[in-house]
Design a protein around this ligand. Structure first.
Ligand code: B4P
Length: 182
């Protein structure tokens, strides 16, 4: 199986859920920028204070801040990894490519989790995190469409993209992902 994987998809597609399962069974490092940012918020660091307001509005935290987190984690890890929720725009994707070239660890596969808006909103309302009210969710979906969705074409052109239908049970989706990964 690929050792350097990225999960792409709209908020609520289940990136975090599926990444956790796959990393538990494969031993890959699970690197979720959302989880790492929430840990900073919880710890009350300067970085967390800056991120909290931005996340609460459903917008993207600054590229520099997110990249610093990813750089520090990837530089200190020798094995395989799964990036969940990063990159979220073209600038982050380009910065990631530069970092991975420096580390000599090219990306091997990008899994796109695909789901329509209406089940996404339903799932996120059910999750009930601080940034999961309907107005913020709608805004996150539009931020995804404008800033993150262009990455689909970017990775398709690089021949790295595999599409996975993200509807159905957690187990059914996990099984589709494992079939899709080389
Ligand atoms: P994230 O933490 O990445 O979260 P997400 O995209 O909202 O959710 P995900 O797709 O992981 O869904 P999950 O498995 O939890 O982002 C949050 C915020 O952090 C962003 O808005 C942004 O502000 C900031 N951020 C993160 N990365 C950033 C970056 N690189 N740059 C800038 N800002 C960044 O599943 C959702 C719910 O569905 C859960 O309740 C789950 O239990 C449920 N679920 C999962 N699979 C299901 C299934 N098959 N059926 C039914 N329910 C299911």
């Amino acid at each position: 199986m690929s050792q350097r994987i990225l999960f792409l998809g709209p908020p609520g597609a289940g990136k975090g859920t599926q990444a956790q399962l796959l990393c538990d069974s494969s031993g890959l490092l699970h690197l979720s920028t959302g989880d790492l940012l929430r840990a900073e918020v919880k710890a009350g660091t300067d970085l967390g204070l800056e991120a909290e307001a931005v996340m609460g509005r459903g917008e993207l935290v600054s590229d520099d801040l997110v990249l610093a987190i990813v750089r520090s984690r990837l530089s200190s890890h020798a094995g395989g990894w799964l990036l969940d929720g990063f990159p979220r725009n073209l600038a982050q994707a380009e910065a990631l490519e530069t970092l991975l070239a420096e580390l000599g660890q090219p990306l091997e596969q990008v899994v796109l989790l695909e789901l329509d808006d209406s089940p996404l909103v339903e799932r996120l309302l059910g999750r009930g995190r601080a940034d999961d009210n309907e107005t913020v969710i709608r805004h996150r979906l539009s931020v995804y469409a404008e800033q993150t969705a262009p990455l689909i074409e970017h990775y398709r052109q690089q021949g790295l993209l595999v599409n996975v239908e993200a509807s159905g049970t957690v187990e059914a989706i996990a099984s589709r992902i494992s079939t899709a990964l080389d």
